[in-house]
Design a protein around this ligand. Sequence first.
Ligand code: ZN
Ligand code: ZN
Length: 412
Amino acid sequence: MNDIINRAERALRHDLCDHCLGRLFAQVESGTTNKERGRDMRIAVALDRGARSEELPPHESCWLCEDLFEQLPRFAEAAAQKLSEIEYDTFLIGTRVDPILQDREEQLWSEAGGETAEPIKAELNREIGKLVEARVRKEVDFTSPDVVALVDTRFGHVELNIAPLFIYGRYRKHSREIPQTRWPCRMCRGKGCKRCGGTGKMYQDSVQECIGDPLVREAEGRDHFFHGMGREDIDARMLGTGRPFVLEIAEPKKRHLDLREMERLANENGKGLADFSELRWSTREEVRQIKAATPDKVYRAEVSIQGKVNKDRMDEVIESLNQARITQQTPTRVAHRRADLARERTIRELAIESLEEDKLVLRLRTESGTYVKEFVSGDGGRTVPSLAGSLGVPCQVTALDVIQIIDNANEG
Ligand SMILES: [Zn+2]
Ligand SMILES: [Zn+2]
């Protein structure tokens, strides 16, 4: 106890408010505020000096915080005001503090010992948070608040840091002319130029924009991001029960969205291009899982065969490639944006759906990451074995559909 009185004595060589005095001893005892603690310390110092408690060590203007704590109600009011502009259920208060104050605090710690102290920011965050909580009647959440209200204590400004919304869903893509995600123009990178006709985009539509544009409008957000469980080529359709994705909406002012209604809006906007189902709330953690997933896929491929192959020969080759292990060198068509390396993949199932003259329709189930077009064409010998290589005649995929993503929801 003597040590504590000594430290308080040393601290009180400066004019300190109760908050700043008490904060030095924040970790000595819990269950009280720094302000009360500071008051108690001031009395203890007075008693120790042999004075009566009316003659406390004086306080006029706090050397450390310049009586910043008297402004707590003003900060809380400003934060509550700013928060009232958006929809949220949980919040957290953060503060920016003049570095000069923090320097003085460190000086005080070196003079009077800082081992039981709490930084000024921590007290400001907590005390403003309590006042705001009482005003707005929403809960403080320390781990994942809907919004952080950042109070700049020098100027009283408040800035909101709004957590994104994550929405899970499955999409189907019916167009062979739109990419999965927004695709900025290569020439102007989105500014708008001659090549893109001033749109800033290589493709006017995308699955992402079909759902993202209406939802970001409803949520009054700043932007949207699309996290798909892999992606298909632009000219491939995505059918069956669709492909899982998470749509992220940045800085939403509204977060109480009716997802059934959002699904309706997305489907209306995507009409003819893409549709959406199973919308539900998601998390950043699920985004990680979706990006890391490696599901098998089932495809339907229309193949044009440039040469004569009889039915028996075709059956024999398909049989030999069923469950084959293939080696694929990075396809020439993507080599400009991916590292050139060889991967092994398994063709888990391969079957003929129909064969008429030079038109073959295949159904394949492949391991995640298999390049189906190259498995058919052989890609100039870069995929081995391949359909073309085994048949000894050139083959090309003329139309490709993903008909199932075998993720957890589609086991089997
Ligand atoms: Zn102070
Ligand atoms: Zn452009």
